[in-house]
Design a protein around this ligand. Structure first.
Ligand code: PLP
Length: 268
C-alpha cells in the first residue's frame, strides 16, 4: 500500500469521473491495448487496497459485440466471456465452438431458458429465484453436468435491478444445497448507477457483509464476490471484489442503452 502519488487516481473521485472514453477494439492489437489499460487500472486499485491481483478475476463482458470481433479478442488472449442474454450467448457459443471460450451467463434467466443454459454455459452469475435453481438443477442432472453459480443481490435498492433483497439472501443460500448440480461460488451485484461514490461503496459493503455471513454459515461456497464494471471496478476492488465484469473498457462503447439489460420488466 503506497501513499497516493500525483499520478495515482483519487480513490475518492466519483466512479465515472475521468473514466476514459471507451475505444472500440477491432483487431487483436486493439484488444491488447485496451486489456493492458484495464489491467493497469485493476493493479493500481488492488495496490491501493493492499490486495493481491491474483485474487481478482477479470471477466470480459462481450454482449452486443459481433462474433468476428470476439475472434480477435481470443487472438489477444481473452479466454472467458460474459454475456447477459441467453439467446445471444447460445448463438455465440455455437458459432465460436472451435475456440476454447469459457461462457459466463451474467444476466437474468427465465425458467423456460434453463435448458439452454444447462447445455452451454460454464457458469451462471445471476441466480435469484428457487424456481430457476430448481429448473437448472433438473436440466443439469439429466445432462450429468454441474454448474458454478453466483447469487445475484440487489444491493442498491433500485427498482430496475434484478436480484434478491439483501435481507432474503441468508435463507436463499441455506436452501441451495437441495440443488446438488449447482456449485455455489459466491454473490454477484450491480452497484447503484450513480456518480455518488459513497453510495456505490455502500453497495459493495453490503455485499461483503452478506458474503462474510455466508462464509460463517458455510452457505456461500468459497465466497467469491462478483462486482464492478467499466465505470466502478476500482471501487469494487477496494470493496473486496474477486471478479470484475468489464465490457466497454475492453470492447468499446455499446450503442445499446443499459436499460435493455437490467429493466424493471422482463425481456425476452
Ligand atoms: C454489461 C454488463 C456488465 C459490463 O458493463 P460495462 O459497462 O460494459 O463494463 C457487467 N455486468 C452485467 C450484468 C452486465 O450486463
Amino acid at each position: 500500500m503506497t501513499q497516493d502519488s500525483p499520478s495515482t487516481p483519487d480513490s475518492q473521485a466519483s466512479p465515472t469521473a475521468g473514466s476514459p472514453r471507451f475505444t472500440t477494439a477491432i483487431t487483436p492489437e486493439d484488444f491488447a491495448h485496451n486489456l493492458a489499460a484495464v489491467r493497469a487500472r485493476l493493479e493500481a486499485a488492488a495496490e491501493r487496497a493492499g490486495r493481491d491481483t491474483s485474487e481478482i478475476r477479470l471477466l470480459p463482458v462481450s454482449k452486443t459485440v459481433p462474433e468476428e470481433r470476439l475472434r480477435a479478442a481470443v487472438a489477444a488472449g481473452i479466454t472467458e466471456m460474459g454475456e447477459n442474454k441467453v439467446q445471444e450467448a447460445k448463438r455465440k457459443s455455437e458459432n465460436l465452438a472451435d475456440l476454447p471460450i469459457h461462457w459466463a451467463l451474467i444476466g437474468h434467466l427465465q425458467t423456460n431458458k434453463a435448458k439452454d443454459v444447462a447445455a452451454f454455459a460454464h457458469e451462471f452469475q445471476a441466480l435469484d429465484s428457487l424456481r430457476v435453481a430448481e429448473a437448472l438443477d433438473r436440466r443439469l442432472q439429466s445432462l450429468g453436468r454441474s454448474l458454478d453459480v453466483y447469487v445475484q443481490v440487489n444491493s442498491s435498492g433500485e427498482a430496475s435491478k434484478f436480484g434478491l433483497e439483501p435481507a432474503d439472501v441468508p435463507a436463499f443460500l441455506a436452501a441451495l444445497p437441495a440443488y446438488s448440480a449447482l456449485r455455489v461460488r459466491g454473490l454477484m451485484t450491480l452497484a447503484a448507477h450513480t456518480d455518488d461514490a459513497a453510495r456505490v461503496r455502500d453497495c459493495f459493503t453490503t455485499m461483503r457483509q452478506l458474503r462474510d455471513a455466508g462464509l460463517q454459515a458455510g452457505t456461500v461456497g468459497d465466497g467469491q464476490l462478483s462486482m464492478g464494471m467499466s465505470g466502478d471496478f476500482e471501487l469494487a476492488i477496494e470493496g473486496g471484489s474477486t471478479c470484475v465484469r468489464v465490457g466497454q473498457a475492453i470492447f468499446g462503447a455499446r450503442a445499446t442503452p443499459d436499460s435493455l439489460y437490467w429493466p424493471g420488466s422482463q425481456q425476452a
